[in-house]
Design a protein around this ligand. Structure first.
Ligand code: 13P
Ligand code: SF4
Length: 316
């Protein structure tokens, strides 16, 4: 019996498929994506890679909005996700009906939504941004005199609002993983490792962001581990990212930022339950059955594409 990795490799080849994985998924899937000509990256590069790839079938190891973004950008290709139920609390927190009413109430504002949203929400937006691009896009809109309606992540929105000084009306969604990081226990850890640099994803609460040496997208945090001179890092983001960080800086010490403290419901739970639904087993079965295909209504797709394409052109 062949190893499951070998079976997936053969199936990818046979189906002219490419595996596109996020930094938060199972290490084995990340290794396989890179070993088979696919990619492991942040959400922005996942979208770009799928669009530029020659493969007819894109297998997305991540969450649903990542599969939808790939399909929006590559409608002629078949896009499969590994589990249809792998969603995201930010996407769930922003249902199209209520969001659309909110937009209708503020017609004077430019609608900017985070990539972690449904295709319908993207279709209602003027711009789609990712954590790696939000600051520059909002700064650009502010310079052009725009007032902004932002959704869904209140923490990322608040961070960008403070940094740019833009007039931003914020939807009140949150990432259940990053919201668990606690400032009080992070300060205790920083006191224990005064030589460490603290790296924080901007989906974290303001008081945690305020303690960071670097605030940035998953790619920015990996680059910080690689390029900064410190040998020890405290990291406040999903711990799936540790695989890539260890790979780019094998001799550096990486410590998980604490999620315990008042109000937390676990001791260290910095791993997204939806990203964890991506496994080698469902990768193989998805390839074999063709299940979990992403379909998007043509009208929604066209509108969502406009909003995403602005970002791709802006960040090109
Ligand atoms: P990145 O765009 O930084 O990869 O973030 C995606 C995400 O879901 C973070 O929780
Ligand atoms: Fe969504 Fe948070 Fe999971 Fe990222 S880590 S997919 S923002 S729930």
């Amino acid at each position: 019996m062949l190893l499951i990795q070998e079976q997936i490799k053969t199936a990818l080849k046979a189906r002219d498929a490419v595996l596109v994985a996020h930094y938060y998924v199972d290490t084995k899937l990340q290794i396989l994506a890179e070993a088979t000509g696919g990619i492991v990256s942040d959400s922005l590069e996942m979208a770009r890679f799928g669009q530029n790839s020659n493969a007819n079938l894109i297998i997305v190891a991540g969450v649903k909005f990542m599969g939808e973004t790939a399909k929006i950008l590559s409608p002629e290709k078949t896009v499969l996700v590994l589990d249809n139920n792998a969603t995201c609390s930010l996407d769930e927190d922003c249902p199209i009906e209520t969001f659309s009413k909110f937009c209708d109430q503020h017609p004077d504002r430019t609608v900017v939504v985070y990539a972690n949203t449904s295709a319908q929400v993207k279709a209602r937006a003027d711009w789609v941004v990712t954590s790696g691009s939000a600051f520059n896009v909002v700064k650009h809109l502010k310079i052009n005199g725009k007032k902004i309606l932002w959704a869904p992540d209140k923490h990322l929105g608040n961070y960008v609002k403070n940094k740019t000084g833009a007039d931003m009306l914020l939807w009140q969604g949150a990432c259940v993983v990053h919201e668990r990081f606690k400032a009080k226990t992070l300060i205790q850890l920083q006191n224990k490792y005064p030589e460490a640099a603290t790296l924080v994803h901007p989906e974290s609460p303001q008081e945690v962001v305020d303690l960071a040496d670097v605030v940035g997208s998953t790619t920015a945090l990996i680059n910080a581990v690689k390029n900064r001179k410190e040998q020890t890092f405290i990291i406040a983001t999903d711990n799936g990212i540790f695989h890539k960080m260890h790979e780019v800086a094998p001799n550096k010490k990486l410590i998980e930022a604490p999620t315990m403290g008042v109000g937390a419901d676990c001791e260290s739970c910095a791993h997204c339950e939806w990203m964890a639904m991506n496994t080698l087993e469902n990768c193989l079965s998805t390839l074999q059955t063709g299940n979990n295909e992403i379909f998007i209504n043509a009208n929604i797709r066209k509108k969502a594409k406009n909003a995403i394409q602005k970002l791709l052109d802006f960040t090109a």
